[in-house]
Write a protein that binds this ligand. Sequence first.
Ligand SMILES: *[C@@H]1O[C@H](CO)[C@@H](O)[C@H](O)[C@H]1NC(C)=O
Ligand SMILES: *[C@@H]1O[C@H](CO)[C@@H](O)[C@H](O)[C@H]1NC(C)=O
Ligand SMILES: *[C@@H]1O[C@H](CO)[C@@H](O)[C@H](O)[C@H]1NC(C)=O
Ligand SMILES: *[C@@H]1O[C@H](CO)[C@@H](O)[C@H](O)[C@H]1NC(C)=O
Ligand SMILES: *[C@@H]1O[C@H](CO)[C@@H](O)[C@H](O)[C@H]1NC(C)=O
Ligand SMILES: *[C@@H]1O[C@H](CO)[C@@H](O)[C@H](O)[C@H]1NC(C)=O
Ligand SMILES: *[C@@H]1O[C@H](CO)[C@@H](O)[C@H](O)[C@H]1NC(C)=O
Length: 678
Amino acid sequence: MHFLVLPCLAAIAIDCVGARVLPSSHIVHEKRDAGSNSNWVKRDRVASHLKVPVRVGLKQNPDALEQAAQWLMDASHPESSKYGQHWTQDEVIEAFRPSTGAVDDVLNWISETAGIAKSKIVHTDNKAFLAFDASVADLESLLQTEYHEHHHEASGRAMITCDQYHIPSHLRDHIDYITPGVKGIQVKSSELTKRSFRPGHMGPGGWGSGPWGGGPGGWQPPKQRPPPFMPHPHNQLSMCDVAITPACLQALYHFRPLSPHAEVSPHNCMGIFEEGDFYAQQDLNSFFTNFTSYIPNGTHPTLDSIDGGMAPVANVSDAGGESDLDFELAIPIIYPQTTTLYQTDDYYYAEGGNGTTTGILNTFLDAIDGSYCTYSAYGETGDDSVLDPTYPDPNGYQGQLMCGVYKPTNVISISYGEQEQDLPAYYQKRQCNEYLKLGLQGVSIFVASGDTGVGGIPGDGSANGCLNNGTVFSPTQPNSCPWLTNVGATKLYPGQTVYDQESAVVDLAGHPYRSAFSSGGGFSNIFPIPSYQSSAVATYFADHNPPYPYYYNGQYNTSKGLYNRNGRGIPDVAANGDNIATYVGGKFTLEGGTSASSPIFAALVTRINEERIKIGKGPVGFINPTLYSHPEVLNDIVNGTNPGCGTAGFSCAPGWDPVTGLGTPNYPKMLGLFLSLP
Ligand SMILES: *[C@@H]1O[C@H](CO)[C@@H](O)[C@H](O)[C@H]1NC(C)=O
Ligand SMILES: *[C@@H]1O[C@H](CO)[C@@H](O)[C@H](O)[C@H]1NC(C)=O
Ligand SMILES: *[C@@H]1O[C@H](CO)[C@@H](O)[C@H](O)[C@H]1NC(C)=O
Ligand SMILES: *[C@@H]1O[C@H](CO)[C@@H](O)[C@H](O)[C@H]1NC(C)=O
Ligand SMILES: *[C@@H]1O[C@H](CO)[C@@H](O)[C@H](O)[C@H]1NC(C)=O
Ligand SMILES: *[C@@H]1O[C@H](CO)[C@@H](O)[C@H](O)[C@H]1NC(C)=O
Ligand SMILES: *[C@@H]1O[C@H](CO)[C@@H](O)[C@H](O)[C@H]1NC(C)=O
């Protein structure tokens, strides 16, 4: 029944739509923002007979979203009677699904208005959206809109999109959004009309979701410098102020390697995310041979290749400083437990997609949780068609986007990130919900907190990378999501030993590295302070109030403040991240960065999980609530700052601080605490 627009269907759409009268029962559901601009050019109306895939993103159960943070606390707060009771993936999907009544209302509207049989409308496995194919003409009448082609000249990509669309008002609270809609869908140019090109203009609307930002934002590789001479044998501790070896880490954090013949759980691998950076087996071999005689030559991670990601490199001179560093730190801590390498994205996209993609981590999350591939939230269903890679990729991996092909490991370490300002807030919030869901399932995720102190990456938005034309502190992401564990960097200063207290890394002069380095920290402009952190942050402000003006609710444009007083604090914890002994590219070298701190902390939690599994308990999952309740299991770091934006940054202090969080691991104390929990 096309009762809403019956007269239109018989006519040439373009004339008819002009005369279309919107039924009073309908409202505008989405409208393109005025003022957005991009390199996308609006062209012809889309041929009315073209069949397009339609997705109706359903709003998640609103009660579930409100309760989700509490569910995560129930499973991970040490005083909860449900501590350690993680959820299965099916339980997570079931809890967040929209109500049956809501789904039926939307189904009835589609089938009655567009004349599409309900049997042809798929309710996806994750319950998050309805999918069907429709002709452009039917969809235009369903949504009371008209579709135009948009072309991206530089890349040759083409999209179908509209400026606004309508739905019956009673469905407003059930539907998140619809594609194609204001958010376009990509189509092959060959599917589109071949009518002559009329240079379009964006009019007042513009293209809503064009490539964002642009500047050289993005992940910074760990810093490298030539080493001094190395002491022999390497297990001596007299030179830990010069180079951090596995023996230095053991002494600093009070743990011993496992016996190389120990029986370990095959299901407790440690996962490490890499993208656009690749390990070399020769480097790992050199490292193990020189520094860890208990690890056999040839030891390597298990490759979980995501969307064409490949490793290791064939030629050691192509080795990446991040990947080599991660595995040379993690394997010596957890061996004979094994590592899983999540090598993400084909080479074309891993190297930036020729400047087109600035998103991060979505394709990785798709691969370890299939429900995320089609997850609808904040106006986005599935990956971002502009910011994220699109598969099959004509320039690389020819397969479909990988969805749920790998099980997430109990612990995942990520030494990559950007600044909050580099990605839209909706992108970060949608991704943050996924971290919460992974936490519910017992996965611990560790992320390096960034290497530019309170500032941003120079050149990203402003000369020094800071907000508001270079004045306001720039928080890092994905770190600002409250459901991750962020790891800052510490160091030993010259002349200090493993028996001294570490300090926060601060190296403003860029010596001996080529650029300044201070441990990333501060307060999110997007995410509020989570409950588990609120008293730690309040204590910091009460006892060690920073000497800077501040603002509230992320409003950095509207005041003279430098940081968000009620934002999620970063980092949560810290570990050594300077002068790390590594082999990279066939050479012995020293590396620095919070890139090193994350795998160190994550590896120790993998060890704790192993001990829990041995006595019949489960993995620890999201550890922040436990650590904030028991800061005594960490070595409090009280010296150092994290300069940036022309300021000294924040200062370390007794207790939590936005430089080194709660501190570095005291392994025996952490182990004892987590073994005592259910
Ligand atoms: C690694 O071991 C080789 C062979 O023993 C030795 O020549 C080399 O100096 C060592 N490298 C380092 C950094 O200790
Ligand atoms: C490690 O293995 C590689 C490749 O098999 C070999 O070339 C190298 O000599 C080995 N190194 C040692 C110390 O056994
Ligand atoms: C490895 O790469 C280097 C530098 O590009 C090159 O000189 C060398 O010939 C390559 N080695 C092999 C075996 O391809
Ligand atoms: C990358 O972009 C440049 C210019 O923007 C273009 O000339 C080149 O063909 C593009 N390469 C690919 C593989 O798309
Ligand atoms: C931004 O800062 C630069 C350098 O301090 C200055 O020249 C420029 O006028 C500022 N722009 C705005 C919009 O304040
Ligand atoms: C802050 O101002 C900048 C430029 O002045 C603008 O691009 C940005 O969208 C503003 N951000 C907010 C949150 O208003
Ligand atoms: C404290 O940190 C500063 C750098 O911020 C460093 O120069 C100094 O040596 C550190 N002091 C101690 C006792 O570690």
